[in-house]
Every structure is written in structure tokens, then in C-alpha cells.
Design a protein around this ligand. Structure first.
Ligand SMILES: [Fe+2]
Ligand SMILES: [Fe+2]
Length: 380
């Protein structure tokens, strides 16, 4: 009975996290949101039937239910992060909970805005608990400590944190731990293989900021979804993922003020920005163990299918498949993201824009395949 209840609570969190991700990727009214919300409701109602109201406590980085921590997985981490950034330490779901209440919960948790906007409802109640973080300021507890945490609520947190460390080391010491990148990519591939549809795993792709590492994991997920839908497997699949992770390495050498500038770049800043493919490729060529395709992708990802773009190359230059796939993921993520200089664009608009780019900026067959993969997910 007890283990059954815990499995149902896991199923609830899995579906709630996917509801949040789907609402972020599409909209709160999307059929996919409805579908996962219903699954979350079924699971939580069944769990309540088997042992009463469900109290989920956030203690350090774990969710605790019925006095025992839940075994961490990607979905639990997503919920942990979403709760943390809003200072929520306690979530109680009681008998009589409705789909509408869960939808409101998902809607509140998907937003990056202030935690105060999320309100308790009759059967979904929030609270704060005093939580201490072993590796943080020991004096900061509860809300204060939560507020210090980063806000990567839609990303696979484990991978993101590791990637931040790897990039930080590259930026500060010039050393790239390619083994770490490889592990992250393998982890994504394994996750996707366990999903019925890789696009379900792609759901958490909404970028919440402009940091290169967030964008890189998004591009990696999208690259893998594209490649897997094309039947690519093995080493090439791995390389396509790694190339995505490293495609913007050159941006590590651009001052952050330029990368995050809220207004248009001036000529000098733009010139600096346009150099990131060359700088990234040169950096990667000097790192041992990095596949050649990653350096090529870094160099080519802003080139266009019609031969224009940057850097300028000779006529007849042929873009590598990794670069072509990455260029598509890159454009999609750029349009999806809340860039500092532009609001995010809705899915249908993006699809229309990408169709327009097919054959000029992007490879036409690959664009068609990419939009097909997205469309398939859209119907789920
Ligand atoms: Fe780039
Ligand atoms: Fe990029």
C-alpha cells in the first residue's frame, strides 16, 4: 500500500513537471497541458485514496513525503527547482483537489515572476519551511536562502549545474573537460531513449535567460531530437549532441555586458559578436579529445544554407551536417527564448518563420523534418 502510494506520488510529480514544461513551451491552454494535468490529477487522487492528504516537503534539495525522501530523478529536480525559486517549502494537496487547481499550480510554477503570484487554493496549499543549505550561507534560511538560488526551473537541473561548472572552468582556466560534456550528452540520449517520444523530453526547453549554458543544453536537446528522428545513432548521434553543447564556446570570450545588452549592439559590439564562431572553433581545436565536428560546428553554425552568413567563406563551401542541424536548433531556441532584446515568439509564428527560412538560411529538408517532429509533439 505504502509503496503503491509513493509510486503514485512519483507519477504525480512526473506529470506535474511535464505539465509545467508543456505550458512553458506551448501555452497553458494547449491540449498537451490538459493531458498531463489529467494524468497528474489521476495519480494524486489515487495517492490520496491510499493514505490521505499528500504533504510534500522540500528539505535541502530533496522532496520528502510521508517522512521519507523521494528518489531523485529529472522530474523531481524540476519541481524542486521551481519550488525553490518561489520560496515554497511545503506543498499540501488534499482530498477533493480538482484539475483546475492543478492547472493553476502549473501555471504559477511555470512563471518566472514573483512567488507571491501563486496563491493557495482550497485543496492545494503552499507554505514555507526553514531549510538550511549545507553549501550556502549558513545564516540564510527559508525564503532568504531560496531567493539566492538561480532560476533554471525548466531545465534538466543536474546537467545544467554540471555544464555551468565545466564552462566556468573553461572561461577561467581555459581548460575544457570534454569527458564531462560527453557524459551529459550520453545522459540526455539515455533519457530520450526511455521516453516514448523524445519531444516529451524536449518539452523543458524554454530558455529563461541568455546564458550560454542554458542555451547550449536547449540546442543539445533539440539536436538530439532532430538526429534521432532521422534515425541517426551511435557515435554520430553523440557528436551531434556534443557539437551543440560547444557551438557557442566562442561566446565565453565576449564580455557579459555585450551578451546581455538589452538594447541593440553598436558596430564594435556586433563585430565582437560575429567573431564568436571563429574564436570558438580556434579554442576547440586546441582542446584535446574534442571531436573535429564540434570545432567545425562552432565555426559554421551562423553560416546560412545559401552560403551567406558569417564567417565569410569561399563559394561552394559545404556546411557539415552537425552545423546544419545545430543552425536549426539554434534559430528555434533563439526565437523561443526571452532574449533581452526581444520578447519570445509563439510556436505557430516560429514554425511560419522557419518555413520562410527553409532553403535560404536553413537546410530545407532538415527544417521540414524539424517542424514535423515539433508538430508530432504538438498533437500529443
Ligand atoms: Fe552562436
Ligand atoms: Fe547559439
Amino acid at each position: 500500500m505504502h509503496s503503491e502510494r509513493i509510486s503514485l506520488i512519483h507519477a504525480f510529480i512526473h506529470n506535474l513537471a511535464t505539465t509545467i514544461s508543456s505550458a512553458s513551451l506551448y501555452s497553458i491552454d494547449h491540449p498537451q497541458v490538459d493531458r498531463f494535468c489529467t494524468l497528474a490529477l489521476d495519480a494524486i487522487v489515487a495517492a490520496i485514496d491510499r493514505g490521505g492528504d499528500v504533504s510534500i516537503l522540500l528539505i535541502d534539495d530533496e522532496l520528502v513525503v510521508d517522512e521519507a525522501p523521494l528518489v531523485n530523478n529529472m522530474y523531481i529536480w524540476r519541481l524542486v527547482t521551481a519550488l525553490k525559486v518561489r520560496g515554497i517549502g511545503h506543498l499540501k494537496i488534499t482530498q477533493g483537489v480538482t484539475g483546475q487547481e492543478l492547472r493553476m499550480l502549473a501555471d504559477g510554477l511555470r512563471r518566472r515572476s514573483d512567488y507571491r503570484e501563486i496563491c493557495s487554493t482550497d485543496h492545494v496549499r503552499f507554505g514555507t519551511v526553514e531549510v538550511r543549505f549545507a553549501d550556502q550561507d549558513q545564516g540564510a534560511t527559508g525564503l532568504e536562502a531560496f531567493r539566492k538560488l538561480p532560476t533554471f526551473e525548466e531545465m534538466p537541473t543536474f546537467e545544467l549545474v554540471r555544464l555551468i561548472e565545466i564552462y566556468d572552468e573553461a572561461r577561467r582556466h581555459g581548460k575544457l573537460r570534454i569527458v564531462g560534456i560527453n557524459e551529459i550528452v550520453k545522459g540526455f540520449i539515455k533519457t530520450f531513449k526511455n521516453q516514448l517520444d523524445p519531444l516529451l523530453a524536449v518539452s523543458p526547453i524554454k530558455s529563461l535567460d541568455e546564458y550560454t549554458f542554458t542555451h547550449s543544453t536547449n540546442v543539445c536537446i533539440l539536436n538530439l531530437a532532430q538526429a534521432m528522428s532521422l534515425g541517426i545513432e551511435g557515435d554520430l548521434l553523440n557528436e551531434i549532441g556534443i557539437a551543440a553543447m560547444l557551438h557557442d564556446m566562442g561566446k565565453l570570450f565576449i564580455p557579459e555586458e555585450v551578451l546581455t545588452k538589452p538594447t541593440n549592439l553598436d558596430d564594435k559590439e556586433w563585430e565582437m559578436m560575429r567573431l564568436h564562431p571563429v574564436r570558438g572553433a580556434m579554442y576547440l581545436l586546441n582542446c584535446s579529445g574534442v571531436p573535429a565536428s564540434s570545432a567545425i560546428t562552432a565555426f559554421e553554425h551562423h553560416m546560412r544554407y545559401d552560403g551567406t552568413g558569417y564567417p565569410t567563406v569561399y563559394r561552394g563551401w559545404e556546411q557539415h551536417i552537425c552545423s546544419q542541424i545545430t543552425a536549426i536548433s539554434d534559430v528555434f531556441d533563439a526565437l523561443r527564448s526571452n532574449r533581452s532584446y526581444r520578447g519570445s515568439v509563439e510556436y505557430d509564428t516560429i514554425a511560419a518563420m522557419m518555413y520562410d527560412m527553409a532553403g535560404a538560411q536553413l537546410h530545407p529538408i532538415l527544417v521540414r523534418n524539424f517542424l514535423g517532429v515539433l508538430k508530432k509533439a504538438n498533437k500529443i
